[in-house]
Design a protein around this ligand. Structure first.
Ligand code: GLU
Length: 418
C-alpha cells in the first residue's frame, strides 16, 4: 500500500515479515494482518494568536478491528506523517495483543511543533482535530491517549470537545486524562514505572544487583524521567540523561532531585551545570549496565549497534532499534533486549484500566492499579522470555511472535466476511 510508504512503516513491515517467515504465514494472509484497516487524514485549520490562520495536517490510523475498539496515542511533533503513524499503530496492535488487552492498535497525531505553539493555539489545534475525528473515535470505536508532545491537558480538551458533541460527559473516549476528570491514578507514571519494573526483572534473570548498576537514559520526557526515578528507587545509579538540547554524563551519578528542580524551572536539561556535556549520539555509546532509549524511533542502527556498551537495552520508546541493528544485537549475546512492545506497555495497560473504570464509573486505588499492572507485565515478560529460550530466538522476535499470533488466531476464528 503506497500511501503508507515511509522508512518507519517499512521498518515495522520488515519486523513483521521476519516473524511471518518463521510462522510461515502465507502472503495473502500477511497483507490482511499488516495493512491498516482504516486511516484518516484531516486538515486542521486554526486561528493563531496574531490573527492569521494556519492549517496543520492531522492523522489517525486504526490498524485492526478484530479484538475490540482500537487504542493508541496522539503525537504532536514536526515529523508526524501518515507512514509514521501507521507504523506506530501496527506496533500498538502487537503491544496490546502481547499484554492480552481487548484492543486493536491505533495511533494519530498532528504535524506541528508544540513548543512553538501557545497554550491557546494548542487548545484550538486539539479541539479542531477532535472535531474532525468525531465520527471515528468513541469508547467503543477508538480511544486516543497521550504520546509524544501531548499530555493530560490535551486529553481533557479532547474529552470535552467530544462530550459537547454527545451532549453528555463521555470520559471513556480518551485515556490519560486528569484524575479529576475520570483519569486513573497511576496512569501518568505507568509507562516509566513499567519500564523500571521490567528492567528489575531482567536484572533478576541475569543475576545483576541493581545497587551495583548504572543506567543511561535518552529522552527525559514523561517516560524517560519516570523511568529514572523508578530505577533510582531500585538502587540504580543514573549516570547519563539527555533531551533535545543534548546529554549529560556523570559516572558518579546525577542528582535527580536537583535535576527535577532545574527542569521545573527551565523545562530543559540545558544549563544544568553538572556532569560532562555529551551529544545524543555519544550518550548511546556510554558504558553502563542499562541503556534506555526513551525518545524517537531509529536511534540504534546498523551503524552504532556494535558499539553499545550496555548489558540491558530497555526500549522505553517505540521503534528505537532498526532491523539492521537487531541483526547485530542478535549476534551479541552480551546485550539483553527488552523490546518496545513489552518494555513500554505499562502505559497502554493502565489506559485499559482507566477505560474499564470509566465504563463502570467505579474507580480503583493506586495500589490496585499498580498491582494489576505489574501482574500483567510479569506474565508478558515470563511468556516472552520462555518463548525466546525455547525457540532460541531474540526477545523481540518472541514478543512479536506472541502478539502477531494472537491477532492472527483471532482473525482465523472470526473468519473472512462475506
Ligand atoms: N502512547 C502510548 C504508547 O505508545 C500509550 C497509548 C495508550 O495508552 O493508549 O503505548
Amino acid at each position: 500500500m503506497e500511501i503508507y510508504s515511509h522508512p518507519i512503516f517499512d521498518m515495522a513491515c520488515r519486523q513483521f515479515d521476519i516473524v511471518a517467515d518463521r510462522l510461515q504465514i502465507p502472503q495473502d494472509e500477511r497483507a490482511r494482518l499488516k495493512f491498516p484497516k482504516r486511516s484518516l487524514t484531516v486538515a486542521v485549520p486554526i486561528r493563531r494568536d496574531d490573527g492569521s490562520v494556519t492549517v496543520f495536517s492531522g492523522y489517525r490510523v486504526q490498524h485492526h478491528l478484530t479484538l475490540g475498539p482500537t487504542k493508541g496515542g496522539m503525537r504532536y511533533h514536526p515529523d508526524v506523517c501518515l507512514g509514521e503513524v501507521a507504523a506506530l499503530a501496527m506496533w500498538m496492535s502487537w503491544k496490546c495483543a502481547l499484554a492480552g488487552l481487548p484492543y486493536g492498535g491505533a495511533k494519530g497525531g498532528v504535524n506541528c511543533d508544540p513548543l512553538k505553539l501557545s497554550q491557546g493555539e494548542l487548545e484550538r489545534v486539539t479541539r479542531r482535530f477532535t472535531q474532525e475525528l468525531v465520527q471515528f473515535i468513541g469508547p467503543q470505536i477508538d480511544i486516543p491517549a497521550p504520546d509524544m508532545g501531548t499530555n493530560e491537558q490535551t486529553m481533557a480538551w479532547m474529552m470535552d470537545t467530544y462530550s459537547v458533541h454527545a451532549g453528555h460527559s463521555v470520559p471513556g473516549v480518551v485515556t490519560g486524562k486528569p484524575v479529576g476528570l475520570g483519569g486513573s491514578l497511576g496512569r501518568r507514571e505507568s509507562t516509566g514505572r513499567g519500564v523500571g519494573y521490567l528492567i528489575n526483572r531482567a536484572m533478576d534473570t541475569l543475576e545483576m544487583d541493581p545497587a551495583k548498576c548504572t543506567a543511561v537514559i535518552q529522552g527525559f520526557g514523561n517516560v524517560g524521567s519516570i523511568t529514572a526515578y523508578s530505577l533510582a528507587k531500585y538502587g540504580v545509579k543514573i549516570t547519563g540523561v539527555s533531551d533535545v538540547s543534548g546529554g549529560l554524563y556523570n559516572p558518579k551519578g546525577l542528582d535527580l532531585f536537583k535535576l527535577q528542580e532545574h527542569l521545573a524551572k527551565t523545562r530543559s536539561l540545558e544549563g544544568f551545570g553538572e556532569g560532562e556535556l555529551v551529544s545524543n549520539e555519544q550518550l548511546l555509546e556510554l558504558p553502563c549496565d542499562v541503556l534506555v532509549p526513551a525518545a524517537l524511533e531509529r536511534q540504534i542502527t546498523g551503524e552504532n549497534a556494535s558499539r553499545l556498551k550496555c548489558r540491558i537495552l530497555a526500549e522505553g520508546a517505540n521503534g528505537p532499534t532498526t532491523p539492521d541493528a537487531d541483526l547485530i544485537l542478535d549476534q551479541r549475546d552480551d546485550v539483553f533486549v527488552i523490546p518496545d512492545i513489552l518494555c513500554n506497555a505499562g502505559g497502554v495497560i493502565v489506559s485499559y484500566f482507566e477505560w474499564v473504570q470509566d465504563l463502570q464509573s467505579f474507580f480503583w486505588t493506586e495500589t490496585e492499579v499498580m498491582d494489576r499492572l505489574f501482574r500483567i507485565l510479569e506474565g508478558s515478560f515470563h511468556q516472552t522470555l520462555q518463548l525466546s529460550r525455547k525457540e532460541k530466538i531474540s526477545m523481540r522476535a518472541a514478543a512479536l511472535t506472541l502478539g502477531i499470533k494472537r491477532v492472527r488466531d483471532a482473525k482465523q476464528m472470526r473468519g473472512l466476511f462475506p
